[in-house]
Design a protein around this ligand. Structure first.
Ligand SMILES: [Zn+2]
Ligand SMILES: [Zn+2]
Length: 348
């Protein structure tokens, strides 16, 4: 089969590799019907994730059709159309039993396209298939379901739920990439008073207002986010701030913008230390959370999507044939320049 492989920092290849085979009775083999590229894949390609070794098939966000199941798989069967979750879970270890599948101790967690071969391929082996695959109702398209593989549960669990968004809150989201936009969309489920998004790319701010329910957008190169938030909250600060970039400056900005007693929810993937100004925040009763998605919310989000309660129509901006990974990576690598949010690759 063909697959997109990591070939060392800065190098990737759409090449012929052996077909995946069942290795464990809990595995399933899935034919990939739709797949996308994540910001994390770009980090891997830069060489930021040293656990990913040369030859590894990339990708952890896909939708497909089950073509083979191991002996102990019981929840999915051949020909089922399924969402492939970015997180696998054994279901039995100490963390899985707490619903923290992202921290699975027995070969689960984020493994696809990381520690084992991923889904940017014609076929993929999915471990713990009963847990990591979700059967799709006919009312949800492949393209809609693709957004449930990672970005919607990540932004919802690690941003909105960890941030404890409540009705009437002012929620400030720093970063209007796919995760920030998904946080705006899923924060709406809790009826916040105002959703503010801060990002320097005007095209993304426009999308945030038009397609993702942001009430106020701020370009930090021309506007002062602090004074906008203060005006909006009678000087208190935001109830919840959500970090969706992953650099020290934006994390520190989230801590600056939150009110005493508020929540700072970090979603961004950080590569460098950020400064925590305890000398000024020790007195502010803040809650700061971090996290990797567990995907405990995926069944709920899938139901909301099937019933039209979440509109994901604004996410996929560029569509490609499944074998056109080179072009799709080119577009996504310069997402701001190409006005791209998510790219989707599928069979014509
Ligand atoms: Zn991802
Ligand atoms: Zn586990």
């Amino acid at each position: 089969m063909k697959a997109m492989t990591f070939e060392g920092p800065g190098q990737k290849s759409w090449s012929t590799v052996p077909d995946p085979k069942i290795q464990d009775p809990q595995d399933a083999i899935v034919r990939i019907d739709a797949v996308t590229i994540c910001g994390t894949d770009l980090h891997i390609l830069k060489g930021d994730v040293p656990e990913v070794t040369s030859g590894r098939i990339l990708g952890h966000e896909a939708v497909g059709t089950v073509v083979e199941v191991g002996q102990s798989v019981s929840e999915v069967a051949v020909d089922d159309r399924v969402l492939v979750s970015c997180i696998s879970g054994c279901g039995r270890c100490a963390y899985c039993r707490r619903g923290m599948y992202g921290q699975c101790l027995r070969g689960g967690g984020w493994v696809l396209g990381h520690l084992i071969d991923g889904v940017q391929a014609e076929y993929a082996r999915i471990p713990f298939a009963d847990h990591g695959l979700h059967k799709l109702p006919s009312s949800v398209s492949n393209e809609q379901a693709l957004l449930l593989a990672d970005i919607l549960p990540t932004s919802y669990e690690v941003g909105v739920r960890n941030g404890r968004v409540e009705p009437g809150d002012v929620v400030a989201i720093v970063g209007a990439g796919p995760i920030g936009l998904a946080a705006a969309l899923t924060a709406r489920l809790y009826s916040p008073r105002t959703v503010v998004i801060i990002d320097p790319a005007e095209s993304r701010l426009k999308r945030a207002r038009e397609d993702f329910g942001a009430d106020i957008t701020i370009d930090p190169t021309t506007d002062d986010a602090q004074s906008v938030i203060h005006e909006l909250t009678d000087g208190l600060g935001a109830d919840v701030t959500i970090e969706a970039v992953g650099i020290p400056e934006t994390f520190e900005q989230c801590v600056d913008l939150v009110r005493p007693g508020g929540h700072v929810a970090n979603v961004g993937v950080h590569g460098k230390p950020a400064t925590l100004h305890l000398e000024s925040i020790w007195i502010k009763n803040l809650t700061i959370t971090t996290g990797l998605v567990d995907t405990y919310s995926t069944p709920t989000l899938l139901r909301l999507l099937a019933e039209g309660r979440i509109n994901t129509g604004g996410f996929v901006t560029h569509r490609f044939e499944l074998d056109d990974f080179a072009k799709a990576y080119d577009v996504f690598s310069d997402a701001a320049g190409n006005d791209a949010v998510k790219v989707a690759l599928s069979h014509g």
